[in-house]
Design a binder for this molecule. Sequence first.
Ligand code: AMP
Ligand code: MG
Length: 317
Amino acid sequence: MKIVKATPANIRKAAAAIRRGGVVAFPTETVYGLGADAFNPEACARIFEIKKRPRFDPLIVHACDARMAKELFLKIPEPALKLMRKFWPGPLTLVLPKAATVPDIVTAGLGTVAVRVPAHPAALKLIKLSKGPIAAPSANLFGRLSPTTASHVKKQLGNGPDIILDSGKTSVGVESTIITFMGGKPVLLRAGGIAVEEIEATVGKLFIPAKNSQKLSAPGGFKKHYAPAVKLKLVNTEKGAIPGPRAAYLAFSKPPFGKYKKVEILSSKGDLREAAANLFKCLHSLEGKGIRVIYAERVPGHGLGRAIMDRLKRAQY
Ligand code: AMP
Ligand code: MG
């Protein structure tokens, strides 16, 4: 299986593969997705096999516009419509009661379905040409680092997907923010590419479930997730790290003083948006050969910092 540039001709071929029940890795603005026809249960089953993902972890369905998205839902509360208008296309996923047409394998048997409209021209074109919604989780092995380039996908999934469409580095770099509604009130299921503050400015105060709330956390919101192949330790400052030839350091904005095998800086400007876009790329580069531990500095918890801290905490276990 080859990586091919996301040219119009290759997107056409990829859409034909999806229509035939194939599995295609494709770029979105968040991370690369591993997609199949959302209405084809066998094709969706291949996604789980390729990712080695447990069947109880549901997929996000990608639509090319709000109209296609709405057909996947049974009913839509008013604040959800507001969020669609404000943030689609974009890194916001809505979880709502599902239409009967959505196969159980996509939702892992739940009565709700997760849907978003990605803000990436290649992804939108692929969905349009495949003539229906595409179910797509991130294109990585289950529990491991999410891919922000086509070569990250190849590194983990090898010959699994039928085609990998390459459109360079993704712009947002962390997964979508996931919102659901309980009794008409918005609930945060996963921090992501749209800041909580921005959502609250549109629909008011979000309910943020406690970390150990089983019922309200997103299925698949596993403690250990988004993890590099080597041990990761969160530190407040460099004082918490032990430099050495087997240690790597992930800094927020300033390089560390100690000597490490490898150092990555999320954003030298200290910009959280840039830091989120670089997060997985930096972690992919630090999980390389010869490194035993990655020290990762905490970042401020506001804006996209919430999503970054969520991923770093779960990479830690
Ligand atoms: P990924 O695209 O790899 O980040 O995986 C999709 C994630 O979306 C899952 O792991 C869940 O956390 C979340 N998700 C998908 N469907 C639902 C649903 N019906 N209810 C709650 N969370 C969901
Ligand atoms: Mg994922």
